[in-house]
Design a protein. Structure first.
Length: 108
């Protein structure tokens, strides 16, 4: 599923946030010394990255050279995405689901 940039409305796959976290922290500090994954530690890196996307949009995605797409700016998608980030916060699944529903209903 896609999330939308809250500035320009550009669609991004939800996984781009995970990929951005791995780009910023290539040493993957959420794995302990014996290679075991720790979700709580991962969340300390993931949630701020997601919040940054909610505030800056495409520009927060440095791994992808993120810049706002002014040529195909979609104000309706951007406004809806911005509102959903404000209301749903860290619930990226909820944001993506609401955006998918809005697209299905022809709202964006």
């Amino acid at each position: 599923m896609d999330i939308r940039c809250p500035i320009c409305g550009e669609p991004w796959d939800m996984d781009c946030i995970h990929e951005e976290v791995e780009y910023r922290y290539p040493d993957k500090p959420w794995y302990n010394a014996d290679g075991k994954y720790n979700q709580q530690i991962y969340d300390t890196y993931y949630k701020p990255t997601l919040r940054e996307f909610g505030q800056k949009g495409c520009e927060a995605l440095t791994a992808f050279g993120g810049t706002h797409n002014e040529l195909s700016k979609d104000d309706n998608s951007a406004k809806l995405s911005s509102m959903l980030f404000d209301v749903l916060g860290d619930d990226i699944d909820g944001i993506a689901s609401e955006l998918e529903d809005a697209e299905y209903m022809g709202l964006i």
